[in-house]
Design a binder for this molecule. Structure first.
Ligand code: HEC
Length: 242
């Protein structure tokens, strides 16, 4: 049975032709993007990425977290990174030392004033502002028995445990730099090399007494750096393996 000739065949042909034309129109758009456009986009991404990296601190995740202690073992960013450049060594040590001080603050208090009759003050203390040989030893090995700080006597049972012993040399150096430059104290920076030197020299399992440490009271470990913005990377000793 043959179908009758379609009376609309001419219309159908015209419709077909229209669809075909549409397809042809679409064709140029589905061509791959020209290479120059791809390269341009890549260039924009690289330049913009660099800019963002610089403004946020080398894409680091902890730059805006003041409590972060990540990276206190040194700035892990290659070449120091943009944020490392923004903070000079002194400012960086103070920032990290402030968070490390949370270990000490429960006793010596956030304002460094201590608690009369119980925990001696670090603010204005001759133990903090005096020789770094003595200061590092106190925190590395602990201290017990009667001591005098700013004319006041302390003899808290048990004394002070060696709270610094568990810290890395860099962390301890930061905390000591912080206490020597806070609450009116103005001292030099303590470096991790200084802490390491005392650690190497002094193998000791028991707490010190004030009398033991008297010979170190005014002695400084060599290698300290003047504090303040003048403490440039150039003044700092070359980074050495811990
Ligand atoms: C659990 C309480 C406690 C903590 C935590 C503590 N200390 Fe002490 N600290 C003491 C006591 C008590 C003495 C006095 C010891 C004595 O009487 O022989 C002392 C003495 C000192 C001294 C010598 C005296 C003075 O006031 O200058 C320094 C320096 C010091 N501590 C620094 C630190 C640092 C730095 C930290 C943190 C890493 C710390 N302490 C953590 C209780 C503490």
């Amino acid at each position: 049975m043959s179908a009758p000739a379609n009376p609309d065949s001419t219309d159908l042909d015209r419709l077909h032709a229209a669809v075909k034309r549409e397809k042809e129109d679409l064709a140029p758009e589905s061509q791959p993007a020209p290479l120059w456009a791809i390269f341009l986009l890549m260039l924009v991404a690289i330049v913009a990425g660099g800019q963002i990296g610089q403004m946020t601190g080398g894409w680091s995740f902890d730059v805006s977290n003041p409590f972060s202690v990540a990276g206190t073992g040194g700035d892990p960013r290659p070449g120091g990174g943009a944020a490392g450049d923004a903070l000079d060594p002194f400012a960086l040590a103070m920032k990290k030392g402030a968070s490390g001080y949370s270990v000490c603050g429960g006793c010596h208090q956030g304002n460094g004033a201590g608690i009369p009759g119980q925990f001696p003050p670090l603010a204005g203390s001759e133990w903090v502002n005096g020789g770094t040989e003595r200061l590092i030893r106190v925190v590395q090995h602990g201290l017990t028995g009667p001591i005098t700080v700013k004319g006041a006597g302390f003899n808290t049972p048990g004394g002070m445990m060696p709270f610094g012993a568990a810290m890395s040399s860099q962390d301890l150096a930061n905390v000591l730099t912080f206490v020597r430059n806070s609450w009116g104290n103005e001292g030099t920076m303590v470096t991790k090399e200084m802490v390491q030197k005392v650690r190497d020299e002094e193998k000791r399992a028991t707490q010190w007494t004030a009398a033991d440490l008297e010979p170190f009271a005014e002695k400084n470990v060599p290698g300290d750096i003047p504090a303040g913005p003048g403490a440039t990377a150039a003044a700092a000793p070359a980074p050495a393996a811990k």
